[in-house]
Design a protein around this ligand. Structure first.
Ligand code: HEC
Ligand code: HEC
Length: 253
């Protein structure tokens, strides 16, 4: 909440003081030289770009694990990769994972401003899950996302990568991830998934963070079969106990 407030204030300041953006980007450039240049090349040209002038896009480099070009990825990608702790990556060739933040919020703002200044790319999105529809979201999630992230968004396994659980992601990060398609995740364009549909998906993911279990025991949301088994287990023990009790009484009587 506080960081949101701060970034809102920050955004307002950027609107009032056009000079502030470049000051941020200047600071960001220094941080870039320290934490990012070894993989992403000078001025975000990509690792190969350091030698040939134009680096490859992310998808072509995933297998080799070198840093892709950051030109045109925009504030959106920088905000996602830095605020999740995916970047700076510890070493090449590994899947970026959510991790403890090495950089503070101020440094991240500066780096985001710097990466955004490298080319014209998308801004940080502001989704509205409250406008979404929960059942549409569940439907879309089942169709588009659950193959990798599981039906209750608890994470899963695919070849060569571990789709994370989604309960740690903020609404903004979900909107960003869907448009980026980090690592082996597919990119969903506005054509294949509209902003309105995205709002519904986010609403559903937010719901999985705090599902409204109507009484009873959720059993980790594993589904009806084990839940049924548990019922039988309890019911059976109660029945056996009852029989024993009745039997005792009958024998006594
Ligand atoms: C050890 C090498 C390494 C370091 C250090 C590193 N990166 Fe990366 N970066 C990568 C790789 C590899 C990918 C591709 C990851 C993927 O496919 O999801 C990547 C992806 C990204 C992306 C997404 C680009 C896109 O096409 O959407 C951004 C943004 C980014 N890095 C920013 C940074 C910033 C900013 C830093 C410094 C704080 C940094 N990275 C440090 C290797 C690195
Ligand atoms: C082909 C498998 C696949 C599909 C389909 C997929 N994802 Fe992902 N997703 C991944 C992987 C793998 C990552 C981890 C990326 C990384 O480590 O760089 C990820 C990361 C994410 C993250 C970041 C979570 C975090 O906290 O690190 C979000 C949010 C996300 N996906 C949402 C979605 C949504 C919403 C959909 C459906 C519209 C979807 N994904 C479809 C594989 C998939």
């Amino acid at each position: 909440m506080r960081t949101r407030l701060l970034s809102a204030v920050g955004a307002a300041l950027l609107l009032i003081l056009p000079g502030a953006a470049s000051a941020d980007a200047k600071q960001g450039e220094q941080l870039y030289g320290r934490y990012c240049v070894m993989c992403h090349g000078p001025a975000g040209a990509g690792e190969i770009g350091a030698r040939t002038g134009s680096g490859p896009a992310r998808d072509q480099k995933v297998m080799e694990g070198a840093g892709p070009s950051l030109r045109g990825v925009g504030a959106l990608a920088a905000d996602f990769y830095l605020r999740t702790g995916y970047m700076p990556l510890k070493r090449t060739g590994i899947q970026p994972r959510r991790s403890r933040l090495l950089l503070g919020p101020r440094e991240i703002d500066e780096l985001v401003a710097y990466v955004a200044s490298l080319g014209s790319g998308p801004a940080v999105p502001s989704p509205h899950p409250e406008r979404g529809d929960l059942s549409e979201g569940q439907h879309l999630f089942t169709e588009r996302c659950s193959g990798c992230h599981q039906i209750v968004a608890a994470g899963g396994y695919v070849t060569g990568a571990v789709p994370p659980r989604l309960q740690d992601a903020t609404a903004t990060q979900i909107a960003e991830a869907v448009r980026i398609g980090p690592y082996v995740m597919p990119t969903f364009t506005r054509r294949s998934l509209t902003d309105a549909q995205l709002n519904s998906i986010i609403r559903y993911v937010e719901y999985t963070k705090n599902p409204n279990d109507r009484g009873g025991w959720s059993l980790g949301h594993v589904g009806p079969v084990p839940e049924g088994l548990v019922t039988w287990f309890f019911a059976a023990s109660v029945l056996v106990a009852l029989c024993m009790l009745l039997g005792k009484r009958l024998r006594r009587g």
